[in-house]
Design a protein around this ligand. Structure first.
Ligand SMILES: [Zn+2]
Ligand SMILES: [Zn+2]
Length: 329
């Protein structure tokens, strides 16, 4: 996740926390943990009582390692949740909101099987897809509670986030610690959150991300392209695919810590429509390709030094096509 959705989600977590911190029953009983996943998965906020919870910054990274996220989640449930026994009351059953916008970048059948066999009965998992890049078929293997967020405005997103807060509050007011997911889902009174009833066949990834570095400052950036969606029956995707520029985002070195290593997919330069300028130095072309396979910004024709491998290259504009290394969206 990158750009606007990620910023919205980060604000969303802050809004949920602020709302729960004002609620007396939530203050007494709610604990929150945040697990982030991109090319890697990690606990970024350990399970903490709501009163002292501090909203984390969500990392940006290449990849959608949902399997790794499940492994982390299962480990957290094993080590942090006090089980109910005859002699101890134990913690309430955890609610997990899984929010994703992508296509998992590694097989995760084993993690799904492990979840279903040992954890599905101990936690309530509500999976929410943001946008058309979501692979709902995978989410449906994990849980019967799959929702698609279909809002578009900031106001829609706030309603969605408030629905999460309201679900948690209503749970914290109950005496029993069983909860009905149907109740949670029925709390959603707005039409931007739809229950996914039918397994949907996922067609192809809809985004391409490229990471580049500024030649002048050496700082990294991320370029995102979206697949052109055309509804032509005769369309042959592999021969005629086009991706349109969605945006370019400055990123920090931390991006590489959160990205899946050795991602080696490629894309033809001619499939990419629209060349952004560098977000760090303003150079006109942020998609120049070095012989090392990496991407850099250039100010025009002539010599330039690759910020990745230090080769000195001579650039000229031409008609020829070339392949570019792409990341895992
Ligand atoms: Zn630059
Ligand atoms: Zn290079």
């Amino acid at each position: 996740m990158v750009g606007q959705p990620l910023n919205a989600l980060e604000e969303g977590v802050g809004r949920i926390v602020a709302s729960l911190q004002k609620d007396p029953s939530a203050l007494e009983s709610v604990y929150i943990s945040v697990i982030a996943f991109a090319g890697k998965a990690s606990v970024i906020s350990p399970l903490t009582e709501i009163a002292t919870f501090y909203t984390p910054r969500l990392p940006i990274g290449g990849g959608t390692e949902l399997g790794a996220a499940l492994e982390v989640l299962m480990h957290e449930i094993d080590t942090k949740i006090v089980p109910q026994t005859k002699s101890q009351k134990g913690d309430w059953r955890p609610i997990v909101f899984l929010i994703t916008d992508g296509e998992p970048t590694s097989p995760l059948e084993l993690s799904i099987k492990q979840w279903q066999e040992h954890y599905a009965k101990r936690a309530t998992l509500v999976a929410i897809g943001l946008g058309h890049g979501t692979n709902y078929a995978v989410l449906e293997q994990l849980t019967p509670h799959v929702l698609a967020y279909e809002g578009s405005s900031d106001e829609d997103f706030r309603k969605f986030v408030d629905w999460i807060s309201a679900s948690v509050k209503s749970e914290s007011q109950k005496v029993e610690h069983t909860h009905s997911v149907m109740e949670l889902i029925n709390l959603s009174k707005h039409d931007t959150l739809k229950k996914v009833e039918q397994p949907q066949r996922f067609v192809e990834p809809n985004t391409i991300t490229l990471t580049g570095r500024c030649q002048t400052t050496k700082r990294p950036y991320l370029i995102k392209y979206l697949r052109a969606v055309t509804v032509t029956l005769l369309q042959k995707y592999d021969k005629d695919e086009r991706f349109y520029l969605d945006g370019i985002f400055p990123i920090s070195e931390d991006y590489f810590n959160w990205s899946k290593p050795n991602a080696s997919k490629e894309v033809k330069a001619s499939a990419l429509q629209g060349i952004p300028s560098c977000p760090h130095c303003g150079a006109t072309t942020a998609v120049a390709s070095c012989q090392c396979g990496k991407i850099m910004c250039i100010k025009g024709e002539g010599e330039a030094k690759c910020p990745w491998c230090d080769r000195v290259l001579s650039f000229e504009y031409g008609e020829g096509d070339f392949t570019i290394q792409r990341g895992e969206g």
